[in-house]
Structure formats: structure tokens, C-alpha cells
Design a protein around this ligand. Structure first.
Ligand code: ZN
Ligand code: FE
Ligand code: FE
Length: 304
């Protein structure tokens, strides 16, 4: 039986349990506090309990989006991990058709907000063909690619955080952005999720990482992918949106489109910290955000 206790596990998930208890204590949900109109905005990164570490019915996520006035949301729960077994990290292969059916059913029955069928898929070298084969059976609106593992190490998983100790951090970051570029070129994905996730716990190299960003983003631009601007990093030790401002400026220079996501693992996290995300996008010069339908990207103006 699936645990109903939300825990932060190997993903970019906010600490859902903590946020939920905060909400129960009556703290006003962020977004509403900011008093912003979210029409014209999307949240393309919502999880579901199928991944084993998120809570809430899909209807509750959508209700929250309606309350905030978001124009569109997309579920992008964790695609089955093929290289390891851990029911607290992703849905199982058997669950995938049920997930698709559940999201599609909801999309067809909700009015006031468009609901898209997405999925968050790990990029794991050696599993690209198998992943493509599984994905091809479904009509996703978009596929988000994530790098959560480097050479088998779940570097964003709090359980394995000691893996940073004694590392050459520059080499680690170089490896991360190399693998992210590989992910972009794999042909599997439309969007790269939380593109500088390697900063999650605040372990940053001393050297200049700009060349790592640049060579990665040249590959992302050439492959025609979008990158996600994710507010999840704001509630992580790093305390910063993924990606950081410098990275996003380099995206902008290459005209790489952006999507928006909260990486919600509980309904009250939908649209969280969007004021900060929109402000960052404007500051670096973005005037449009990307929308997806059946894996076709369209750009729409960032609301004024
Ligand atoms: Zn997750
Ligand atoms: Fe993730
Ligand atoms: Fe996620």
C-alpha cells in the first residue's frame, strides 16, 4: 500500500508534508498573498500520488489552479524508473496507462482551466530506446526530461546527500551539464525540467561555471527544446529558482523558450512563488512563455 505521508525523495519536490502542515496552520497560500492575476500562466509540473511521494487528488490540484486563475496546468508525474526499483520515486510501469487515463479523463471533464497530459522522465544513459518505446504508446502533450541521477547517484535525493562530501564540485557540475546536454539531444524530450538542479543543496564550485552553461545551452538550443523555470528551488536549501538568473540570461540570448512549473507534490503548492518567477522572466527579457499540445509548442505572451 502506498504511503500517504509526503516525503521529499529523489526529485526536485518541495517538502510537501511541511507545506501541507503549514497550510493547516492557516498560513495563507503563496500566490494569493502576492495578489497576482495568474491568467495567461501555466503550471506544467504537477505530481500525483502515483509517484509514491506526492499527496492529494488530481481534482484538488486542478481546484487550486482554478482558484489561482491559471490558464493551463499539466500533470507531469514521474515516469517509471527503468534502472532501479524504488516505489517512493516513481510510478510503476503497470500504473502508467492508468495515470494517462486519469489525466485524460480529468482534462475532458474540467472547465475553466485547460489540463494537459505531461510526464517527467528521467534521462538515464542506456535506457533511451526503451523509454522512447514506452512513451510512444501515449499521446502526451509534452515530455519533460530530468537529470536526477549522475552515474547512478541520485544527487538530488536527501537520502544520498553525503555523496557531495569530498567531491570535486567543478567536475561534478561539468558532468551534470554534460548529461543534461545529452538529455537534450536524446530526442526524448520537449522541455528540460529544473535545468540547474545540481545546485539544490547549495554545493557550488568555486570556478567559473559559465562555460558549462554555455556549451550545454548551445546543445539545448540546437535541439529545439524549451527549459522549465521552476519555483521549486525556492523552498530547497539553495533558496533560488531553477535556473538561476545567469543561466536564464544565456537561455534568452539563444532564444530558448521557457515553460513555468511549481513541481507541486501537494495541491497547495500549485503556482507557488509565481510572482518571483514572472519577475525573473521579465528581468532577463522574456516576453513569451511556451504552451504545449500533443508535443507541439506554441508561444504566448507573458501576461502584462
Ligand atoms: Zn517528485
Ligand atoms: Fe524532478
Ligand atoms: Fe517533479
Amino acid at each position: 500500500m502506498r504511503s500517504l505521508v509526503a516525503r521529499e525523495k529523489g526529485c526536485s519536490a518541495p517538502a510537501a508534508g511541511k507545506a501541507a502542515s503549514g497550510a493547516m496552520r492557516g498560513s495563507p497560500p503563496s500566490g494569493i498573498l502576492e495578489g497576482m492575476d495568474m491568467s495567461g500562466l501555466v503550471d506544467y509540473h504537477l505530481h500525483t500520488p502515483r509517484c509514491g511521494h506526492a499527496v492529494g487528488d488530481l481534482e484538488e490540484y486542478v481546484a487550486r489552479a482554478l482558484l489561482l486563475g491559471l490558464s493551463e496546468v499539466g500533470f507531469s508525474d514521474h515516469f517509471p524508473l527503468l534502472h532501479l526499483r524504488d516505489s517512493t520515486l516513481s510510478m510503476s510501469l503497470e500504473e502508467l496507462p492508468h495515470y494517462v487515463e486519469e489525466v485524460n479523463h480529468l482534462a475532458g471533464s474540467v472547465s475553466g482551466v485547460r489540463v494537459r497530459l505531461g510526464i517527467e522522465v528521467d534521462y538515464v544513459p542506456g535506457y533511451v530506446e526503451r523509454t522512447a518505446e514506452i512513451l510512444s504508446a501515449y499521446a502526451f502533450d509534452y515530455v519533460m526530461g530530468s537529470v536526477h541521477f549522475l552515474d547512478g547517484w541520485g544527487f538530488d535525493d536527501p537520502r544520498y546527500v553525503e555523496g557531495y562530501r569530498g567531491r570535486d564540485l567543478y567536475a561534478l557540475w561539468a558532468r551534470y551539464f554534460q548529461v543534461l546536454g545529452d538529455a537534450a539531444e536524446s530526442g526524448l524530450f520537449d522541455v528540460l525540467a529544473h535545468p540547474d538542479l545540481i545546485k539544490k543543496f547549495g554545493y557550488r564550485p568555486l570556478g567559473d561555471v559559465t562555460p558549462l552553461y554555455e556549451s550545454c545551452l548551445d546543445r539545448v538550443a540546437a535541439a529545439g527544446l524549451a527549459v522549465e523555470v521552476s519555483t521549486a528551488g525556492l523552498s530547497k536549501p539553495v533558496g533560488e529558482i531553477y535556473p538561476g538568473e545567469e543561466f536564464l540570461r544565456l537561455c534568452r540570448r539563444r532564444e530558448i523558450p521557457v515553460t513555468l512549473g511549481s513541481d507541486a507534490h501537494s495541491p497547495e503548492e500549485v503556482g507557488r512563488f509565481y510572482g518571483a518567477a514572472v519577475e525573473l522572466l521579465r528581468r532577463v527579457g522574456y516576453t513569451e512563455i511556451a504552451f504545449f499540445e500533443r508535443r507541439r509548442m506554441k508561444l504566448a505572451p507573458l501576461p502584462a
